[in-house]
Design a protein around this ligand. Sequence first.
Ligand SMILES: Nc1ncnc2c1ncn2[C@@H]1O[C@H](COP(=O)(O)OP(=O)(O)OP(=O)(O)O)[C@@H](O)[C@H]1O
Ligand SMILES: [Mg+2]
Length: 372
Amino acid sequence: MPQTNGSQAAQPREAAQLRQAAEDAFAEEIAALRAADDRPRPPNWQLSPQAVVTYLMGGRLASGFEITPKYIGERRLMEVAVATLATDRALLLLGVPGTAKSWVSEHLAAAICGTSRLIVQGTAGASEEAIRYGWNYALLLAKGPSREAVVASPVMRAMNEGRIARVEELTRIPSETQDSFITVLSEKTLPIPELNEEVPARKGFNLIATANNRDRGVNELSSALKRRFNTVVLPPPATIEAEIAIVETRVAALGRAFEIPAEPPGADQIRRVVTIFRELREGVTADGKAKVKQPSGTLSTAEAISVVGSGLALAAHFGDGRLSAHDLVSGIAGAVVKDPVQDAIVWREYLETVVKERTEWKDFYRAARETA
Ligand SMILES: Nc1ncnc2c1ncn2[C@@H]1O[C@H](COP(=O)(O)OP(=O)(O)OP(=O)(O)O)[C@@H](O)[C@H]1O
Ligand SMILES: [Mg+2]
């Protein structure tokens, strides 16, 4: 096959990717950590557990190299998660929507084994093949069952290569199918009965699953499977300051990725969005003085990030490049009002009883009234 000039061609293509995997986006950080890492590494890990936690929480290396924080929250949670992966137990990241479960799972896999792409998306339709293996039917018919005709699932590949496989939304997978993980996790091998063979897991193999405890009742984990996981519950940001920091960091990264030609949002704008989300989520105003009705949908940090992100795009392309209340209002109302009747009442009441009373929020109240 004709090759274009390798190094030059690779650069623009990478940069043109809409979303880079963590191991590519943070390749430099991982390489720097690796170079500085003199602690023992579990078999087949590219970093020591300490270095993985530094990658997640951020820090400065002896060389002065800055590692950006990926997870903003309690360090201990990341330590427990990383320590779990160094044992024979798998890791289950549990939490309400938007608490960075998928985000942490991706960064853990990238830092530990160099790829976050060995991933099974849990859906109601997920089959055993998606977890174990399938067949290349053309080869199967032509030559009969053979290793060549086996189409490995991401889990099988992770076992083979001694890497981390990720399972997103584990509890959306039907219970019978979930049970395929039991053999994988307890026997550390994947049998292929058709060939009378099995694929043993190499050292370094493990599994990170995420599940949303808001969707509870979709498919509970069987107790047999639960016992094979250590669960780490990721909580919503404890303080408003932490939540603002998360939104600020993520919006800045999104602004760069989408090349949005706008000024970075003012801290007061972000604080306002986060305050509104927290008050509606918790059902009480920030000063604890007044009760607020709660809307039906989730108002997680993830939604706050996307509201500010879309606001920035509006400001850049249809405004003067500076994020204004006007650019945020429709996004916030859209996030709050999921049920057109009930939530519309909740939002209106919040505007009239809380927003209107805050003198420094006048611009926002006015913009909201105009859009309503
Ligand atoms: N504590 C946090 N630290 C850093 N980023 C966070 C934190 N909480 C949320 N985020 C950000 O929120 C966004 C959403 O996170 P993510 O998609 O991982 O949520 P999730 O828990 O998997 O949600 P879901 O249950 O809906 O799948 C990500 O961009 C992530 O960076
Ligand atoms: Mg997720």
